[in-house]
Design a protein around this ligand. Structure first.
Ligand code: TRP
Length: 468
């Protein structure tokens, strides 16, 4: 091939990149569902949901979380996917294309990219601990019924700068490889395999939990509400969890929406993802809480629930050495789809706006993540004295994203769809997939996006942050 030919070929692929029709995308409807559900399911279900539910009093928290998911999460998720599917661009490009000239709605996209770095910085570190725990579980190190002994194992891991960094790099390397393979071969194929495996593992572990003597107390903790525990910071936490769980407010759903086929039914896919994600969270709760109560542990062990209490619970049960391995393999597999959905946000941006190749975009993002991530990996050792707002960098990034940045971006996405993009554009995009799309449902959905969701988010945000 002559040099000229290569240049011509590159020019052709470059211009093809800008034409929506032949843009990279998901191939099958099943693949779209798997990738979308894969983005939702992750440490949020296995780590965050159980410890937050445990620390905030169980069922009352669960109910508020459920309401946030339906009234706030679902409408925002649908809005994000719709915008992405219509514009076929990365977060920033999508908002620039859809907004009237000169209005700075694209700033939502910039906030999303910032969130993706901050979340991945601590998320990859938790996955790093899980990876390390898979090995510890296999070698039997984790089998002590005494939480203090397990605490020592955990502390030894998180205060060791070398292990913390190296395991995080392993995680970054793994997700970098998947994203390098592209949308169809990387993201779609991986999640299509992961989701069923995850589900089977989870069902096995929950059946074990349910068949333990004394499981009932754990179930009533999870399902019998005590409303005296409800406070406005707690409501903010529940809403923040809904944003985190459904992967919204970052542009991940917008980016995935841009890879959707035009005939994909968005409200149906989004609702399916919401229900599927909820089932996985509840199964994780059923796997964990009955066992915690059956063996007399405390449900409110905080983030350590996964790394300190859970191993002690497994050590106390018959066949525990098998189940503890299964459990941590599950916890290592689940977050992969979620991490690649976050990584794809800056990668798509660097490709779409800066014209980089997928290879360069991925390499740059992973390199930056290794730097930002190290501020979390080293937060229990070398950088322990660095405490923004009296929090560890870990807690700070988590709080700043889940409780502030994601809800703010979600709020503005609703305001954009409701007040700028408007009803007829939304109706038109919805009917791409189904010309019989129900007009009344669209009106209801539009009304919720325009009035209900933004009002709720604003009130919860202001009162949760004590600004009201
Ligand atoms: N939902 C994922 C989880 O529960 C995390 C996640 C993936 C996410 N993509 C996101 C959170 C985008 C916020 C925004 O583990």
């Amino acid at each position: 091939m002559g040099k000229q030919h290569i240049v011509a070929h590159q020019a052709a692929t470059k211009s093809v990149d800008k034409i929506p029709v032949t843009r990279e995308g998901f191939i099958t409807g099943m693949g779209i569902a798997a990738a979308t559900l894969g983005a939702a399911v992750g440490l949020g279900n296995i780590w965050k949901f159980p410890f937050l539910t445990g620390a905030n009093g169980g069922a009352a928290f669960l109910i508020i979380y459920l309401m946030s998911t339906i009234l706030i999460g679902l409408p925002i998720m649908i809005s994000e996917i719709l915008l992405g599917q219509r514009a076929k661009g990365d977060v920033v490009t999508t908002l620039i294309k859809m907004a009237p000239k000169g209005q700075p709605w694209w700033l939502i996209g910039i906030a999303g990219i910032l969130s993706s770095f901050l979340i991945l910085a601590f998320y990859t570190e938790v996955v790093a601990w899980v990876f390390a725990y898979v090995f510890k579980a296999v070698s039997g190190v984790l089998l002590s019924t005494d939480p203090d002994t397990n605490m020592a194992v955990f502390n030894q891991l998180i205060t060791d700068p070398v292990q913390s960094l190296v395991w995080q790099w392993v995680v970054l390397f793994a997700i970098g490889c998947i994203v390098l393979l592209g949308v169809a071969k990387g993201i779609e194929q991986t999640t299509k395999w992961l989701m069923p495996i995850l589900f089977v593992l989870l069902v096995v572990v929950s059946i074990r939990g349910l068949t333990l003597p004394g499981a009932g107390e754990g179930l009533s903790f999870l399902f019998q509400p005590d409303f005296s525990k409800v406070t406005s910071p707690m409501i903010l936490t529940a809403m923040g969890l809904a944003f985190f769980k459904l992967s919204i407010g970052m542009g991940a759903m917008m980016t995935y929406g841009s890879y959707y086929r035009n005939d994909q039914h968005i409200p149906l896919t989004a609702t399916g993802m919401m229900v599927g994600d909820l089932v996985v969270s509840l199964l994780a709760g059923i796997a964990i809480f009955p066992a915690v109560f059956a063996f007399g542990f405390e449900p409110d062990a905080g983030p350590g629930l996964l790394f300190v209490t859970i191993p002690a619970v497994f050590a106390s049960m018959p066949l525990g050495s098998v189940f503890v391995v299964l459990f941590f393999v599950l916890a290592a597999v689940a977050p992969i789809g979620a991490m690649i959905s976050m990584l794809e946000v800056p990668v798509a941006f660097l490709r779409g706006r800066m014209g980089l190749t997928r290879l360069h975009a991925t390499l740059i993002t992973i390199a930056l993540l290794a730097i930002v991530g190290s501020t979390v990996a080293l937060s229990n050792s070398t950088l322990a004295h660095f405490q923004p707002f009296d929090m560890t960098t870990f807690d700070f990034y988590d709080f700043l994203t889940s409780n502030i940045l994601l809800p703010l971006a979600g709020l503005f996405i609703c305001l954009f769809v409701g007040w700028s993009w408007g009803f007829s554009e939304m109706q038109q995009t919805l009917s791409l997939s189904d010309t019989r799309w129900n007009r009344y449902l669209t009106i209801v959905l539009y009304g919720i996006i325009k009035f209900v969701t933004p009002t709720l988010v604003m009130i919860i945000l202001l009162s949760g942050l004590n600004l009201l």
